[in-house]
Design a protein around this ligand. Sequence first.
Ligand SMILES: NCCC[C@H](NC(=O)CCC(=O)O)C(=O)O
Ligand SMILES: NC(=O)OP(=O)(O)O
Length: 320
Amino acid sequence: MTNFISIHDVTDLQALIKSGLEAKENPFADQHLGKNKTIGLIFFNSSLRTRLSTQKAAQNLGMNVMVLNVGQDSWGLELEDSELGNPVIMNGDKAEHVKEAAAVMGRYCDIIAVRAFAGLQDRDKDYREQVMTQFVKYAGVPIVNLESATRHPLQSLADCITIEEFKTKARPKVVLTWLPHFKPLPQAVANSFAEWMNHNDVELVITHPEGYDLAPEFVGNAQVTHNQNEAFEGADFIYGKNWSSYTHYGQVLVQDPSWAVTMDKMRLTDNGKFMHCLPVRRNVKVTDEVLDSPQSIVIDQAANREWSAQAVLKEILQNG
Ligand SMILES: NCCC[C@H](NC(=O)CCC(=O)O)C(=O)O
Ligand SMILES: NC(=O)OP(=O)(O)O
């Protein structure tokens, strides 16, 4: 593995899950791998779990860690390249071009990890993954995705690790359900979860109101239904997430509170576990009763972010 942008950078998913579980058992076994190496964690957006778990994972591997919040600690970055006959004229609020910024950071760092959410204004622009693409192009060192416009692969790997730990059947039924929210959120977590589950040995069902279909390349072979109760029947894992519309791009089409996860709905499952990447808004997306019940595994899931990051950084470091 050189870059970690999506599942397409993973050669053996089961081996990567196993590596995460091994890191959890023995966190400091590979301290030598990162000795005298530096990772830069670059954030265009807020974070709690991703920032802390990736820093911890890098330190477990012996690495030095630097964190930069773009636009707050540093200059605002221009991301558009000049084209022949159409130069980018930087006379706005962005003082530095990614071409210099990424190249300079690449001189200080052995690995660069980047978070840059979807703007949700222009679908083509978001789905072109401009920020990740520009960092890969200009940094000259391996790039790790800390949640981009369309994907959150470190989250999805932690989700795979969590399902591996909690599953009671060889091929569990996993339901990705849309949850209500008043604000438009990216499709990245849902896209990525669906993409990884399509590569995992599970039965994947996606349920959402009309108008919330994810892009077909992420849905893959999943069964899709607008009937949430039917989807929940016999489920082993309920993975909740809100996303804004992909087809009516970035819009909140409905906020129907009846899509929130309640204990009544969890009773339709086969003693299913509730998962969410966090942060989660209590009693908007899911009730207190569910989150505070033994069926909720959101804290174990978040804890596994450390081991997913460690498995990925280890593989990149081993690659030299
Ligand atoms: N990294 C985990 C999720 C990050 C982001 N959630 C948020 O922005 C929630 C914000 C709020 O609830 O106001 C998302 O959906 O992609
Ligand atoms: N799940 C997740 O990525 O959390 P943060 O946004 O807090 O990093």
